[in-house]
Design a protein around this ligand. Structure first.
Ligand code: MSP
Length: 693
């Protein structure tokens, strides 16, 4: 047992997820990692608290709600439970789920604000500068439209009277802290980034907004709402009782705070490693013991995210291969800390090789043979005559595997930990092939019986050990194998006592049934088509869609074509709207629904140098500001476009025009020989972000 295991408590958190998007595999990844860690700690007998939840305030949510024609409250009440439902399906063993709209949280955030003010770290000032709504981040950038350094999206200028937090007072303190505690930020690369950021000096941070309403009011000055990141970060404390005057909450806070691990994705390192510790220092509260950042799950080479439109839903994998397959794949395949690609092919390949073949075979053949040759009772291995060096090697390897697995897992090297366990599985499968118990079983003499008992005991004991080690990774399948081994409820297992040779002789096996049926090729196709259908059905967007009928844009009976916006029309789009198309060219509604048409509002427009026809536009589509390069310069002057509502194809792959990335396409009719573009629009007022169906 390492020191970490001896600790009296262990408190682990996931980031709280924004509710402008339904959960996808990226969110599932972080949550699975934390769940596996929490389960293992509990198996080691450590008093464990695992927190997750949802981040529900701020401009991003306010805009998403407006785009969906909902109040923010209605939106967050719809999406937050979707996280809970998915976590339930995935058997995520969280102890608490916090929502930032919970009363307990609001009260705690206000208390934190109060405390920071009382301690002299808050003052009032005026902020004029850039803000990235997508990242909810103040940006030290040069001017209107400057790209956000985090996501590259154009920032917006805000000018408001705000409360400021004296972040600048903490650069030196944090540098000292991370120099003295180098292991506090993991991995090393992230620590280096944080150190460089701190060395460049810190500016004070604006921590209130007056231009938005959807947030927690500043105590005694309710026209301000508290900056969403300060609000969100406080969840780690408010969930365990901070800000409550009740005795039991105070006790809980004293017991669990500080957190042992804040698990985060690499894009939110600065908030967690700079802002949050500074806030805690200012409040006089203890700091988290470690901040652990993982890499991104990529799909088709890009970070999986709603805004890139390349998400994969966990539900599809759960439906086809099950929860354990997903968990195992993510922990085994992705090198923790680095970016890793997800693909259905790799998932099925891993599932078949490691689970159906390696573990599945070891389990089914060992248990079936014990059932057949020893009436379903764990046989007695021979202490002497029937032993060969092979049994000792397996025993030694198992002992080493336990030690290696523990070290690697505790060092966040989940992939290598699983690899170590699977090396043992391979060794035992090889041992069985060489020892040939099926052949030994055919001989009736006493020494053969004894030999058979030794072989099957060895295999069953190794199976018990890998099952125990893999339990935090695959809770359901391992619980079933454990029960088949006749060992009852796996949750009662004390992992710190796990040793070779503990399998009791004569243990009566449970009912034997296959745990990982082989997946055939059709599994890949099934999952792919489930995802395609989902994306196509329009049910995947982040927020419930507002229905708006598609209107040919004032083209006086002319065929409406996609004249565009500099990018080539999307396949299917032209025929979808071209009234000249014959019946053969017609498409089904499922094809049409693949195209995401949205209402946007032009925020800025300018000519593209050296290109007579092109304008560079920034278009607000509710959830984000998009840069679009459009071939409409000859028909529209930039100043006439600002504030105009337009229709854009939102899910087109980005393309570069004259070196400028165009992220979408503006819909227009094309008139006359020259194809003069006339922008599509609406007679009635339509909210920004509304989807056309
Ligand atoms: N609400 C903030 C976090 C506040 S914490 C006080 C936020 N939310 S989020 O919904 O955008 O979720 C971010 C987290 O989800 C990432 O930090 C990461 O843990 C997880 N992931 C989302 N997409 C991911 C991938 N494509 N890959 C891996 N993890 C991903 O930021």
């Amino acid at each position: 047992m390492t020191d970490a295991h001896a600790a009296s408590k262990f408190y682990i958190t996931t980031p709280i997820y924004y509710v402008n998007a339904r959960p996808h595999l990226g969110h599932a990844y972080t949550t699975i990692v934390c769940d596996a860690i929490a389960r293992r700690k509990r198996m080691l007998g450590v008093d464990t608290w695992f927190l997750t939840g949802t981040d529900e305030h701020g401009q991003k949510i306010e805009r998403s709600a407006a785009a969906a024609g909902l109040t923010p409250k209605k939106l967050v009440d719809q999406i937050s439970p979707e996280y809970k439902t998915l976590w339930k399906r995935m058997e995520i063993s969280y102890d608490d789920f916090i929502r930032t709209t919970d009363e307990r949280h609001k009260r705690g955030v206000q208390e934190m604000f109060h405390l920071l003010k009382k301690n002299g770290y808050i003052y009032k000032g005026k902020y004029t500068g850039q803000y990235c709504v997508f990242d909810e981040l103040y940006v030290d950038a040069l001017g209107p439209g400057a790209p956000c350094p985090e996501c590259g999206r154009p920032t917006e200028t805000v000018s408001e009277e705000n409360y400021y937090f004296k972040l600048s007072a903490f650069a030196e303190k944090l540098l000292k802290l991370y120099t003295e505690n180098p292991g506090m930020i993991r991995p090393e690369t992230r620590r280096n980034e944080v150190m460089a950021f701190l060395r460049s000096g810190l500016h004070d941070l604006s921590i209130s907004r007056t231009s938005i309403k959807w947030g927690i009011p500043v105590p005694d000055d309710p026209k301000h709402v508290i900056y969403v990141w300060l609000d969100a970060l406080c969840n780690y404390t408010t969930a365990v009782g901070f800000g409550s005057s009740e005795e039991k909450d105070k006790k809980q806070f004293a017991h669990y705070w500080p957190a042992d691990v804040h698990m985060i994705g690499k894009e939110i390192v600065r908030f967690h490693c700079v802002y949050w510790p500074a806030v805690l220092l200012a409040a006089g509260l203890p700091l988290p013991k470690s901040l652990v950042a993982h890499g991104w799950l990529l799909f088709e080479q890009d970070k999986m995210s709603k805004s890139r439109g390349n998400i994969v839903r966990a539900e599809t994998i759960l439906d086809v291969l099950g929860n354990d397959a997903l968990r195992y794949f993510l922990l085994r395949e992705i090198v923790f800390g680095q970016d890793g690609s997800f693909s259905f092919d790799a998932l099925v390949q891993r599932y078949n090789a490691d689970l159906a073949n390696d573990l599945g075979n070891l389990s089914s053949r060992t248990l079936t043979m014990i059932g057949r040759y020893f009436r379903g009772e764990v046989p007695y291995p021979s202490p002497t005559a029937a032993r060969t060096p092979a049994e000792d090697s397996i025993g030694k390897l198992a002992t080493k595997t336990i030690a290696d697995f523990n070290t690697l897992f505790d060092d966040y090297q989940f992939s290598r930990a699983a690899e170590a366990a699977w090396n043992l599985i391979s060794a035992v499968n090889k041992y069985l092939v060489e020892a040939e118990p099926w052949a030994v079983s055919e001989k009736e003499d006493e020494s053969s019986r004894s030999r058979l008992a030794t072989i099957l005991y060895t295999a069953a004991e190794a199976l018990r050990i890998v099952t125990a080690l893999a339990h935090p990774i695959m809770p359901q399948a391992t619980a079933r194998i454990w029960a088949q081994l006749g060992l009852g409820d796996i949750r009662k297992l004390k992992l710190n006592e796990l040793k070779w040779g503990q399998l009791q002789l004569g243990t009566k096996l449970g009912t034997i049934e296959p745990v990982f049926p082989r997946a055939d090729k059709s599994a890949i196709e099934r999952m792919k088509s489930m995802e395609e259908q989902h994306h196509g059905s329009g049910s995947s967007p982040s927020v419930p869609e507002q229905k708006a009928a598609i209107e040919p844009a004032g083209a006086g009976g002319q065929a409406v074509r996609q004249a565009v916006a500099g990018t080539a029309p999307a396949p299917g789009l032209v025929s979808a709207t071209n009234s000249n198309a014959g019946d053969n060219n017609r498409i089904g509604i499922e094809d049409f629904s693949k195209i995401e048409l949205r209402v946007g509002q032009v925020k800025t427009a300018e000519k593209v140098k050296g290109a007579d026809k092109l304008l560079r536009l920034e278009v607000d589509i509710g959830t984000e500001i998009r840069q679009i390069v459009a071939g409409i310069a000859e028909a529209y002057s930039p100043e006439n476009l600002i504030g105009r509502k337009v229709v854009i194809v939102a899910n087109l792959a980005p393309r570069k025009l004259r070196g400028i990335e165009s992220n979408g396409m503006i819909v227009a009719a094309s008139l006359g020989e020259q194809g003069k573009p006339v922008l599509a629009g609406f007679l009635e007022d339509v909210p920004i972000g509304a989807r056309l169906k």
